[in-house]
Design a binder for this molecule. Structure first.
Ligand SMILES: Cc1cc2nc3c(=O)[nH]c(=O)nc-3n(C[C@H](O)[C@H](O)[C@H](O)COP(=O)(O)O)c2cc1C
Length: 97
């Protein structure tokens, strides 16, 4: 279940002092683990860290035996792409688009 989604503009300065405006998005969802154990969780974290670093996405993942709750934040295109991959992942269930 997606429980919240917001968009906002992040304004920063480049080294020359010019404004850089980045459109960011946040998505929060909850799901239910399928096969929750240490190796599964280690694999998920490995995938998430590798992909998020590559894609400029950040976030937080709350892991319990009965629930995942994740915040994803970053530029809209890579965040939506990450969410699309995550929602197809068979290591959890109950994620809806
Ligand atoms: C609970 C959970 C959280 C995940 N978090 C992320 C994440 O933050 N970023 C990400 O790219 N993939 C995350 N993944 C892994 C993706 O589903 C997927 O395996 C990964 O993005 C690699 O995609 P690919 O196999 O299509 O290359 C997560 C998977 C699960 C089950």
């Amino acid at each position: 279940m997606v429980i919240w989604l917001s968009k906002y503009a992040h304004v920063s300065l480049n080294p020359a002092g010019a404004q850089i405006i980045t459109n960011l998005i946040q998505i929060i969802y909850v799901s239910q683990p399928f096969g929750f154990d240490e190796p599964t969780l280690a694999g998920i974290l490995l995938d998430a860290r590798r992909c998020n670093k590559r894609d400029g996405v950040t976030g937080a993942l709350v892991c319990r035996h009965d629930i995942y709750l994740q915040l994803l934040e970053g530029p809209e295109v890579p965040v939506r792409a990450a969410y699309a991959r995550i929602s197809q992942d068979d290591r959890h269930v109950g994620v809806k688009n």
